[in-house]
Design a protein around this ligand. Structure first.
Ligand code: ATP
Ligand code: MG
Length: 426
């Protein structure tokens, strides 16, 4: 036997037992987005490497060590997207869509990061991203957070999640803060881990985002960015928190929340699952008012977030949404003899034309009646419908209940449709 080829480490199959839950969750998320006026955009999985370097920032975990970058056959450097915002902004600029001032958009798809695989951390994972362009005020920040709260309510997990907020201010405000931070961490340089020592010189704010438990105490004692913000940033933050309070959204202010990407300003937020450790963040985002201009578009304020689908789904394994697996088929079609086989195909097509929601499995691969009945039983179907030589000649079908004690019936095609309509309320 040849050796087996395995999937790439950290990249997972989502099996047929799991896909019904994924589909249900995706449809709840998409319906809520539509109800808030957000429209879907579908974007390429591969972009030019430069796009991510220019947007996410050179001195970030993602760009420094997590990107799947390769040269294609023409020697161009391309990257499997590690996140969706950069591609979304690129598309808006390239397609001239920013002539309309306001866009509310969402997308769903795989993202790729070369991280150490562990629970809740994969190399291919899925994000649902939501982005709003052209709205500068805290009202849209609040709208996004209210939308996420509605999702978590609908999914029954609102109580398992904590909303954390922070305000990153403007670039100028962060510069002043940066100096304080360098002075603070600089005085502890010997106890900083290797990453933080490097970041002290390149991007000290990023130290606050460290996942290393050994660094947490030092980080907790660091100066707080909120203390360095000016009036207008504070007014934005105040605007957001007062809408949230009015709408009864509970949150905590986390002054160390800086997020792992360079493009954020003002509002940043995360929904964190209790007890999830450093993989606890299910949903995260913030405002990025300078990114569009930085990527060559007209200045456009923007705010967005991404929901990690695998982390969300893992919170739902005990939910009723997960318990109701795929519904069983209504019918399993069994055929015997040459005429029965032919007639069975016609019957199946005829039924599908009339009952578009009928869940009908056609037995394939032949075999004895006994074997076909066994397969029918195993499929979980409610009824077996039988077309043999005799039924084919008489223009009728046999119908046998597989889950109840009902006598076998012989029905015309029309009677079968009427029976199914009544039984399953089609
Ligand atoms: P983390 O702090 O967990 O590394 P991040 O700050 O890198 O996350 P973002 O880039 O903001 O995450 O991505 C938004 C969301 O996408 C995260 O909150 C998480 O739910 C999910 N996510 C990010 N990286 C991964 C991954 N490697 N595997 C699974 N989900 C991920
Ligand atoms: Mg990360």
């Amino acid at each position: 036997m040849s050796s087996k080829v395995q999937a790439v480490r950290g990249m997972h199959d989502i099996l047929p037992e799991e896909t019904p839950l994924w589909r249900r969750v995706e449809s709840i998320l998409a319906d809520t987005l539509r109800a808030h006026g957000y429209r879907e955009i579908r974007l390429p999985v591969v972009e030019k490497t430069e796009l991510f370097k220019r947007s996410i920032g050179e001195v970030t975990d993602i760009v420094e060590k997590e990107m799947y970058t390769f040269e294609d056959k023409s020697g161009e450097s391309l990257t499997l997207r590690p996140e969706g915002t950069a591609g979304c902004v690129r598309a808006l600029i390239e397609q001239g869509l920013l002539r309309n001032p306001v866009h509310r958009l969402w997308y769903l798809g795989p993202m790729f990061r070369h991280e150490r695989p562990q629970k809740g951390r994969f190399r291919q994972f899925h994000q649902l991203g939501v982005e709003a362009f052209g709205l500068p005020g805290p009202d849209v920040d609040a709208e996004l957070i209210l939308l996420t709260r509605r999702w978590f309510r609908q999914l029954g997990i609102e109580n398992q999640l904590e909303l954390q907020l922070n305000c990153l201010g403007s670039q100028i405000e962060r510069q002043a803060y940066r100096q304080e931070l360098v002075a603070y961490f600089g005085s502890f340089e010997r106890v900083l881990d290797e990453d933080s020592q490097r970041r002290l010189k390149t991007n000290p704010l990023r130290i606050l985002d460290s996942k290393n438990p050994a660094m947490q105490e030092l980080i907790a004692g660091a100066p707080k960015l909120l203390d360095y913000l000016g009036e207008s940033s504070l007014a934005h933050f105040q605007g957001l928190t007062s809408i949230l309070q009015d709408c009864g959204v509970r949150f905590t202010i986390n002054p160390r929340l800086v997020r792992g990407l360079d493009y954020y300003c003002l509002t940043v937020f995360e929904w964190v699952a209790q007890g999830g450790g450093s993989q606890g963040t299910v949903c995260a985002g913030g405002r990025y008012d300078t990114l569009v201009e930085q990527l060559g578009g007209r200045p456009t304020p923007a705010v967005g977030f991404a929901l990690g689908m695998e982390r969300l789904i893992s919170l739902l394994t005990a939910s009723p949404l997960a318990r109701s697996g795929e519904l069983p088929p209504h019918l399993y079609l069994i055929r015997a003899g040459a005429e029965g086989e032919r007639n069975g195909w016609l019957l199946a097509e005829w039924l599908r034309d009339r009952l578009p929601n009928l869940h009908l499995i056609v037995h394939l691969g032949g075999g004895s009646l006994k074997n076909q009945f066994k397969k029918a039983d195993k499929s979980g179907a409610w009824y077996a419908v039988i077309v043999g030589e005799d039924e084919a000649a008489r223009g009728v079908v046999g119908l046998k209940a597989l889950r109840a004690d009902e006598p076998q019936q012989t029905l015309s095609r029309e009677q079968l449709v009427a029976f199914l309509q009544k039984k399953f309320s089609f």
